[in-house]
Design a protein around this ligand. Sequence first.
Ligand code: WT7
Length: 652
Amino acid sequence: MSNDAGALDDLLHEERRFPPPEGFAEGAVMSDPGVWAEAAEDREAYWASWAAELDWFQPWSRVLEWTPPHAQWFTGGTLNVSYNCLDRHVEAGRGDRPALIWEGEPGDTRTYSYAELLDEVSRFANALKGLGVERGDRVTIYLPMIPEATIAMLACTRIGAIHSVVFGGFSPDSLSDRNNDAEAKVLITADGGWRRGGVVALKANADIALEDSPTVESVVVVARGGALTEQTPVDMADGRDHWYHDLVAAADAECPPEKMDAEDTLFILYTSGTTGKPKGVVHTTGGYLTQVYATTKAVFDLRDDDVYWCTADVGWITGHSYIVYGPLANCAQVVMYEGAPDAPDRGRFWQLCEKYGVTIFYTAPTAIRAFMRWGESWPQSYDLSKLRVLGTVGEPINPEAWMWYHEVIGGERCPIVDTWWQTETGGAMITPLPALTTTKPGTATRPFPGIDVAILDNDGDPTHSGYLAITSPWPSMLRTIWGDDERYRRTYWSKWDGLYFPGDGAKLDADDYVWILGRVDDVLNVAGHRIGTAEVESALVDHPAVVESAVVGKSHEIKGESIASFVTLKEGIDATDDLMSELRDHVGHKIGAIAKPEVVVFTAELPKTRSGKIMRRLLRDIAEGRTVGDTTTLADPAVVKRLQELHEADEG
Ligand code: WT7
């Protein structure tokens, strides 16, 4: 999305209103419009009532201890996440209910009932123990979208190990950085996973990362991509590398769940920030599970007969909270799909919806825009009549895409929940409740009950257009940045006193609905993925031909934003097309394919202030082909003109 204030003003004039469909409130999880007021009256009691729906070994003694910027929720309480996601449902007689309904890209399928999932998780938890993994140890998970990803996460939580899931699209360098920052003891990976008809190798990447991951003692490898039939041969290092299937077959099926403190770390998930080094966002146990449990149930109106599908990857927070922990804690029937939405054809998602009778579908605006581009005939070839709630997350959804989702996918009968949240918030924060909220295309509407937000200016005063702030602690908030509490304070809590700054700009309309404008820092949102401009810049200058680089976002029809880079080469090096693609590959190699710049402009100089600061605002104007703003503070105003010409030549 563009952060263009003018465009947003147009959005605020959106006249369309979509009240909850007739009859929807009947039997709905949340049907009392008094819930916001009730929660505001006693926020702690409200969250405690959700926490009480989980199973605790030991009840908490205090709901919240708040010493800004550090919150502790449900202190004194003990629980286990895998117990809450599995054992308690089996003990309630629901062991035969499908927990995970998985389909591979080639069309192979596997379904685990709750009892089967418990059995597999327990075995793998014992296997991890056998590799010496203890409470508090870190385990990196680098897997495709296969059941073992869910199983590995739950197995870690069962024994109190801290997982750090690394998206399978990340490069070896990104993987070793994360292994080293977390000091991971074990890495869980696969030979490869299926994507658009081919196998994306993972173990081969992991092997490169392992050359520079000294803390990793053992590697577990899932055979997914055909390693066993020599389709994707892998090297197994003696003593270090183990096949998942061997470990599980040899493991005991009884593994008592560890009693974890509510504030024990559950997982670390790395996300991009404004420096070149990703941040290890730390989530803890009791508060996190409470909020993802509550929001899965309330935001999607999750009922017993629902079939729930979230299309995210477990490598991102959406996968953690809304494929694994929230749905399983609710005993949901969860669909999981390995591959691409256009493999073998562009009807794949709708074919899966029809086949499994999906009733709740949660995806991203970038995917919706791709579906729009592919045309209505794909979804129209399938029976989507079981769908009843649609969700979106990842970036502001443009009203056109919202309307298409509503009409073509939802058949004009499904409420759309546009959920605003972040890796750091752990769970949904600003979102409609489907039986209660009148939605408008393009806004995430109002905060979830028990969540307090405000739109503030730089000084912390309320305004209608400014920065989004979260003004009270919430259960699933990040607790710190792994190994860097100072960065935690600086990044999120230094803008205003005691208030959380998410990094987004926002506006409030006359109904007090929040309209998110996008990031206000040097963080890009490319196809719903967070990428720091500084990360891409350091990957570019890492190339021997490059002296300096500046990276900005540029609006993109499908991805929302794409990456534009301006690069200064070393003296005597020619700016060729070959070098351009070499640089793009270099970034892909350093970070991952998602970070490859779409545009590379070679330039002899970058627009800088007299003090030497690169003026990204001007580069954004150039990348967008807009009239360039004030250049009077530039050391050399002529630079802009030359860059515009270069950029135009590049576009043409
Ligand atoms: C950033 C967080 C939450 C999981 C996916 C992304 C943007 C997210 C929305 C939405 C407008 C949104 C924000 C936020 N964002 N959802 N519904 N409307 N913007 O997680 O990588 O941590 O990115 O995504 O800019 O700060 P993430």
